[in-house]
Design a protein around this ligand. Structure first.
Ligand SMILES: NC(=O)c1ccc[n+]([C@@H]2O[C@H](COP(=O)([O-])OP(=O)(O)OC[C@H]3O[C@@H](n4cnc5c(N)ncnc54)[C@H](O)[C@@H]3O)[C@@H](O)[C@H]2O)c1
Length: 337
């Protein structure tokens, strides 16, 4: 540890019980862009610092934004010191489909970001949230009602990073007392920022193509079930878990959370019911097929329900109605083409 860092640590005196000053790294991505706005609406604009390697307008307009490469540990530490951060949301990752194109880079970024965030959390006494994923499971995992504690032998580099990340986060909790918590997100469906290279991206892209062209070419086989979640439930899960009473948490890294599970064919039928002219064909991507088939059909989220009162509010029909409405409005206003 260099002298500048030691000096920061010496000055950094805060240790809050709940979230007061929050840093989101990877804030410009699909989840981060909406989590930033959501946390600012709860904790105040000035108390939620968005950081990303790229500058993004919608997160830098309403509150503090810092351009940060999270691989630079000293730069991360000095931000935590500067803003007296007590909670870090680490959202930096190369996602599943992109990760398979460059596994060494995926390992370096996903584990490097996590290691730096955990170290800085340890030095400054911060709580830390790092999402895991349904991608942490593999072919040998029970696919139906996938238990909280079960076989985890993923065969993607993304999954390998997620399992390693869960273990490392639990290690930092038991070894150093770091307040690390996390959830295994399903595929996240949203209408603000497009997804960044995951296997479940089809479940977002289908809505844009339905409105834009009236047709969609699906890269995932018609009959593969995967857990999915609408963004408002995902944001709520982040807050609820980080605000949960730690004495109730038997698990930490990571909780299964679920709200809906469907195949491309089921999603297609739900959209077609509302847009009868909509058509869908398949051009299956073999990488996405292999990944999707290795993931759970539907997770059992009873531990999250019991330990921190997880309760989703959105189901398939509510989500489809809202996605079509919001994306259509954006097209009508010329916000997207
Ligand atoms: N989106 C999903 O469906 C989903 C599902 C399960 C888990 N997750 C997990 O949630 C987290 C966020 O996912 P997302 O979909 O928002 O990802 P994303 O790819 O949309 O966003 C990641 C962000 O990290 C930034 N970033 C990359 N390298 C960086 C660096 N070195 N320093 C600082 N910023 C950097 C990128 O610019 C990007 O804005 C990830 O851990 C992901 O594995 C996402």
């Amino acid at each position: 540890m260099d002298n500048q860092l030691k000096f920061c640590l010496h000055l950094h005196k805060i240790k809050s019980e709940t979230m007061k000053n929050i840093l989101i790294v990877g804030a410009g991505g699909q989840i981060g862009s909406e989590l930033t706005a959501h946390l600012r609406s709860i904790y105040g604009n000035q108390n939620v610092i968005a950081a990303d390697i790229r500058k993004t307008d919608n997160i830098s307009d309403d509150g503090p934004f810092e351009q940060l490469d999270v691989m630079e540990c000293a730069a991360l530490a000095s931000l935590v010191h500067k803003y007296k951060v007590d909670t870090i949301f680490n959202l930096v990752a190369l996602l599943s489909a992109t990760g398979e194109k460059n596994p060494t880079l995926a390992w370096r970024i996903n584990m490097g970001a996590l290691t730096n965030c955990l170290e800085v959390a340890r030095w400054f006494g911060c709580a830390i949230f790092t999402p895991s994923s349904i991608g942490a499971f593999g072919e040998n995992t029970p696919h139906d009602d996938t238990p909280q504690d079960t076989i985890m032998r993923p065969n993607t580099i993304y999954g390998v990073c997620k399992v390693s990340g869960e273990l490392l986060s639990d290690y930092y909790h038991s070894r150093f007392g770091v307040d690390s918590r996390s959830v295994r997100f399903p595929g996240i469906i949203s209408n603000v920022t497009l997804p960044g290279g995951g296997t479940t991206d089809y479940a977002v892209e289908i809505f844009y193509e339905a409105i834009r062209k009236g047709s969609f070419v699906c890269p995932v086989p018609e009959n593969v079930y995967m857990d999915m979640m609408y963004m408002p439930d995902a944001l709520n899960a982040c807050v609820k878990l980080m605000e949960a009473d730690p004495s109730r948490l038997v698990h930490r890294n990571s909780f299964n959370i679920a709200s809906m599970s469907f195949t491309p064919e089921i999603l297609y039928a739900a959209i077609k019911k509302r847009m009868p002219e909509f058509t869908m064909t398949y051009e299956v991507d073999p990488v996405k097929k292999a990944i999707a088939e290795s993931w759970p059909n539907k997770m059992d989220d009873s531990c999250a329900r019991k330990e921190w009162d997880w309760a989703p509010e959105w189901n398939l029909d509510l989500m489809v109605d809202d996605m079509l409405k919001v994306i259509k409005e954006k097209f009508d206003k010329g916000l997207i083409r």
